[in-house]
Design a protein around this ligand. Structure first.
Ligand code: ATP
Length: 259
């Protein structure tokens, strides 16, 4: 991929600031006051029990969901203050890898990866081909560009999803369970890809995962979502050293139930 200009970063200004974020669905209070700051260029990993609202939080960060209360700011701009057109423009700064990769089954690998470029208004086919090739090379799938998604393995589908998420050279990539259901080797390939993107392009990454091996490999900081709030925020070492029983049980994969 051509090396893009790295974003100019003021380390004192947070890239994303979430304050007092609350979201309910009917009677169900999912987010109950989330406060979280994400810095330029860091990899923040979100962990926590199933159904606690990690994906819901990610969808607020990309403006797909609106808070009931609280704010999500990007470079100091409150997303709720943007109209739909401004929001679309803002979303181009973000890449999103959906939980199931969400590829279009009727499109080839190359057409899937090209999709965001076309949405962004790029029409020159040579440019599109070149950028698709570079993105697919980065995820080591260039030779599979003409395959249909149904003919790919789970790990390959995720990598196509990553190529599509980064094709517009986003400043930030949101990964929703990028390694779920993959074997340890393919998991490592994806983890290394996330690290490579962060190092090479200074991409800010927010990663939801249940895989503690991945957490300890890729995270600069870890946030745990529990009971609708961030119940832990710290580095990998702080996570490992935490004496909080919830954290210890989560790391060890203990439910606390007896057989
Ligand atoms: N659009 C929606 N309408 C109604 N309920 C929703 C909606 N989106 C999410 N929820 C609910 O919010 C809760 C949190 O869901 P979410 O997918 O964020 O959990 P999660 O922490 O990512 O879980 P997992 O780790 O299992 O993927 C769930 O109970 C879910 O059913």
């Amino acid at each position: 991929m051509n090396e893009p200009a790295l974003p100019v970063v003021n380390p004192d200004v947070p890239f994303i600031r979430i304050t007092g974020l609350k979201k309910s669905f009917g009677e169900q209070k999912t987010l109950q006051g989330v406060d979280l700051t994400i810095h330029h260029g860091e990899t923040l990993v979100l962990i926590g029990p199933s159904g606690e609202g990690k994906s819901v939080l990610l969808k607020h960060i990309i403006g797909l969901l609106h808070p009931d209360e609280g704010r999500v700011e990007l470079d100091g701009v409150d997303l709720c203050s943007l109209n739909e057109r401004e929001l679309v423009k803002f979303r181009r700064r973000m890449g999103y890898l959906f939980q199931n990769a969400a590829l279009f089954d009727s499109l080839t690998v190359a057409q899937n990866v090209a999709f965001p470029l076309k949405e962004a208004g790029v029409t020159n086919q040579d440019d599109i081909d070149q950028q698709v090739h570079e993105a697919l090379e980065l995820v080591e799938l260039a030779e599979h560009k003409d395959k249909m998604p149904i003919n790919l393995s789970g790990g390959m589908r995720k990598r196509v999803g990553i190529a599509r998420a980064i094709i517009c050279r986003p400043e930030c990539v949101l990964y929703d369970e990028p390694t779920a259901g993959l074997d340890p080797i393919v998991t490592d390939v994806i983890d290394q890809m996330i690290i490579r993107l962060q190092k090479r392009f200074r991409v800010t990454s927010i990663v939801i995962t249940h895989d503690m091996g991945s957490v300890f490999k890729i995270a600069d900081r870890v946030a745990m979502l529990k009971n609708g709030v961030v119940s832990f925020l710290g580095t990998r070492d702080e996570l490992r050293a935490s004496t909080n029983p919830d954290i210890q049980n989560f790391i060890a994969g203990r439910s606390g139930l007896c057989a």
